[in-house]
Ligand binder design. Sequence first.
Ligand code: ADP
Length: 166
Amino acid sequence: MPSHNPLVAVYPGSFDPITNGHLDLIQRCAPLVDKLVVSVLRNAHKHPLFTLEERVAMLRSVASPFPNVEVDCFDGLLVDYARQKQAKLLLRGIRAISDYEYELQMALMNRRLAPEIETMFMMAGEAYSFISSKLVKEVIGLGGNISGLVPPSVEEKLKQRFLGRE
Ligand code: ADP
């Protein structure tokens, strides 16, 4: 049997915070690769709701059932980071046409920078395609119910942050 290099994918994002849409992608991609590195981009937004450490901790807790999922963070060029991780794949999600344009632009730029790395897109799960971290934060900020949109541990964190509830 020819030995093969482990297939590593990097799933980059802000994850401020992780939603059930992100989790669905992780769940579907993890069985397809040897290792999936979910990595939080440092400084993606100037004013994130959760610190980098908080976002990483939430991701770690949610990803703990998946033995081949690693949670990390990075800054600088994504392709440099992917090379460092010996990743051949970048995972991104597409929810609607509105995601497509930006994702295409990023994928083509990353291909130009690192032709040996492929961007792999997964379509959002039908139950999750309307979920974004931004909208979840807006809804809870206005007093709406977000249960089922984020993992329960993340819902608790959001309630603590917005409603001052333990
Ligand atoms: P970014 O700031 O890089 O867009 P996000 O954390 O919001 O970071 O998203 C990371 C990736 O996950 C993006 O490719 C985004 O399109 C995808 N994504 C976000 N929410 C969902 C969802 N509900 N279903 C599927 N993919 C999603």
